[in-house]
Design a protein around this ligand. Structure first.
Ligand code: 6R9
Length: 566
């Protein structure tokens, strides 16, 4: 967005049809994210433009133009058709941040499949829950992760194909098939499945307080919101080099790590490596990154390493910085002005919203610590938690609520209408977060309104952890809650009551930690286990996580009488 176009200008006469027109979508006609992010860009004469500049931790590099992405995603789509995968079936992508993940994403969509991206660090239990729930037909994975799939294959009768993208000849096991993206004969022409605006596209699993993670079901029309927010909020322009640090196992990595930038024909770079301030700055310097979308945890790590490391690199290419996933503290905004000469712009949204909904628009005054104002076309407020009516006065803390109906909003939780319905009150969608709004309409984040743990921008559901803990032979019952952490904002802490005959010592603590890491993921692994005789419960027997959490944060416990009557 050029500096002369203000937030107020964008608000005036706003209509999502602005994006529909630019995407050349007409009501009733097919709309396919895979086609829109590759073929359409090539048709605009950008076939030779780099789409993906990829690098891994060893320094290996790959480059793909938009025409490469078009042809290779055709190749994936044709391969799935040959396997017999049908439109509407779920195809899981369970890979590190390798090119196959980004290109495969478009390929699945082109043949009409529903993409189910899953974080490659997930352990076998986390994987099983999600593949079982989605009744997934095929999974793309790498050799190093295939082991986890093999272990649960017997429990997954619907999973017909395990596609290994780096298979060793002669080493395939049952249901496995090799697919080498770069060695396959490229498919130049593919009849893209004629998906419509409401055809399901992406299934992202997300956690709540109760029950197992649920599949947030997006549709192809979500591109309308992702396109316009990428253009106006991330401020992406034709000659940008864009870097989104998120993994496509989470929604930021797909909405803004694939769909948003590629629907605009923007060159993006991907670093498939862990965090290191040296490597990150060197990456920005080398690729001349102009727009950078990251997360508060990463910014806190960069802060910890100091401005000197930043100064040793040429970061002059940077033009715009944005952040998502957790509250962006005022100190981080102020520090980024010092280190990079510009603030990180906060953006608030969720898996369910599909696109940014509250944000600091480029050019808009940034109030450090505030999330900014609603994106044009988004009606947002905070509701009184007792009446579910909008809070009458500025500064009152209430529940963040959005008026349903924007293009990228999920349409369902996979096979879970009850939980989906429970998200709405008085015609508002409830985000599950609390905030206040000031006199100027800026939103100030307060915290979550449930027991979900936000660790480094990743949501972890207590129920899934507690269920896994119960599988350990020594555990009688448990509660997983958030504990404050200087870098990750929150980490998981588990309170565990043991079965008779077990002693809660350091060895058992370590053993249980590892048990969870392997079953679920490193994110879900408790960083601390406190062995207790019993857990605080309501009269009806529900564990009062809120009491335990409050203790960790040194906060008042709140009204216990209502909890006791739950
Ligand atoms: C995109 C994404 C959503 C939850 C959300 C809230 C927290 C996200 C935030 C933020 C404070 C921000 N969250 N952005 N909290 N300030 N700018 O992160 O999706 O994984 O579904 O998480 O993350 O609690 O409800 P998801």
């Amino acid at each position: 967005m050029s500096k002369s176009v203000t937030y107020e200008d964008r608000l005036r006469g706003f209509d999502w049809s602005i994006a529909e027109r630019e995407l050349e979508f007409r009501e009733g006609e097919p709309l396919n994210i895979g086609w829109h992010c590759s073929d359409r860009i090539c048709r605009q004469g950008k076939g030779d433009k780099p789409a993906l500049l990829w690098e891994d931790h060893r320094g290996a590099e790959k480059r793909f133009t938009f025409d490469d992405v078009r042809q290779l995603s055709n190749t994936v789509a044709a391969f799935l058709q040959r396997l017999g995968v049908r439109p509407g079936e779920r195809v899981c992508l369970f890979m590190d941040k390798i090119p196959e993940l980004y290109i495969g994403f478009l390929g699945v969509l082109k043949m009409g499949g529903i993409v189910q991206p899953l974080f490659s660090a997930f352990g076998e239990d986390a994987l099983l829950t999600r593949l079982e729930n989605a009744q997934t037909t095929a999974i793309f994975t790498q050799r190093k992760h295939a082991l986890k799939v093999r272990k649960i294959l017997d429990k997954l009768p619907s999973l017909k194909h395990v596609v290994i993208v780096d298979a060793e000849p002669g080493k395939l096991q049952q249901r496995e098939v090799a697919f080498d993206l770069e060695r396959e004969t490229r498919v130049d022409q593919f009849a893209v499945h004629a998906t419509l605006r409401e055809t399901p596209s992406v299934l992202h699993y997300t956690s709540g307080t109760t029950g197992m993670p649920k599949g947030a079901q997006h549709v192809h029309y979500s591109i309308v919101g992702q396109y316009l927010t990428s253009k106006w909020v991330l401020d992406l322009r034709d000659d940008d080099i864009y870097w989104c640090t998120a993994d496509p196992g989470w929604v930021t990595g797909t909405s803004y790590g694939i769909i948003g930038p590629w629907s605009l024909g923007i060159t993006q770079c991907v670093l498939d490596a862990g965090y290191s301030s040296e490597r990150w700055y060197a990456f920005i310097q080398k690729h001349r990154v102009t727009v950078w979308y990251s997360a508060p945890t990463a910014i806190r790590l960069l802060m910890r390493d100091g401005t000197d490391v930043a100064r040793r690199h040429d970061l002059s290419s940077l033009r715009h910085l944005a952040s998502v996933g957790e509250p962006l503290n005022a100190e981080a905004v102020i520090w980024s002005e010092e280190a990079f000469g510009m603030p990180f712009h906060d953006t608030f949204w969720q898996t369910e919203t599909g696109c940014i909904v509250i944000t600091n628009f480029p050019g808009m005054k940034v109030k450090p610590g505030s999330m900014g104002r609603p994106f044009p076309g988004i009606e947002a407020t905070v509701l009184d938690p007792r009446t579910y009516e909008p809070c009458a006065s500025a500064g009152r803390v209430g529940l963040i609520a959005l008026r349903p109906g924007w293009p990228s909003m999920i349409r369902a939780y996979w096979n879970n209408q009850t939980v989906y319905d429970s998200k709405f009150r008085n015609g508002w969608y409830l985000c599950g977060d609390r905030a206040s709004i000031d006199q100027e309409g800026y939103f100030w984040f307060v915290g979550r309104d449930d027991d979900v743990i936000n660790t480094g921008g990743h949501l972890v559901g207590p129920f899934e952890i507690e269920s896994a803990l119960l599988e350990h032979p020594a555990v009688a019952e448990s509660a997983a809650v958030a504990k404050p952490d200087p870098v990750n904002m929150e980490v998981v802490k588990a309170f565990v009551a043991l079965k008779p005959g077990h002693r809660g010592d350091d060895d058992l603590e370590l053993e249980i930690m590892n048990f969870i890491r392997k079953k679920l993921s490193p994110l879900a692994m408790p960083q601390e286990i406190e062995f207790v005789d019993s857990l605080p419960k309501t009269r009806s027997g529900k564990i009062m996580r809120r009491v335990l959490r409050a203790r960790e944060f040194n906060e008042p416990v709140g009204d216990l009488s209502t909890l006791m009557n739950d």
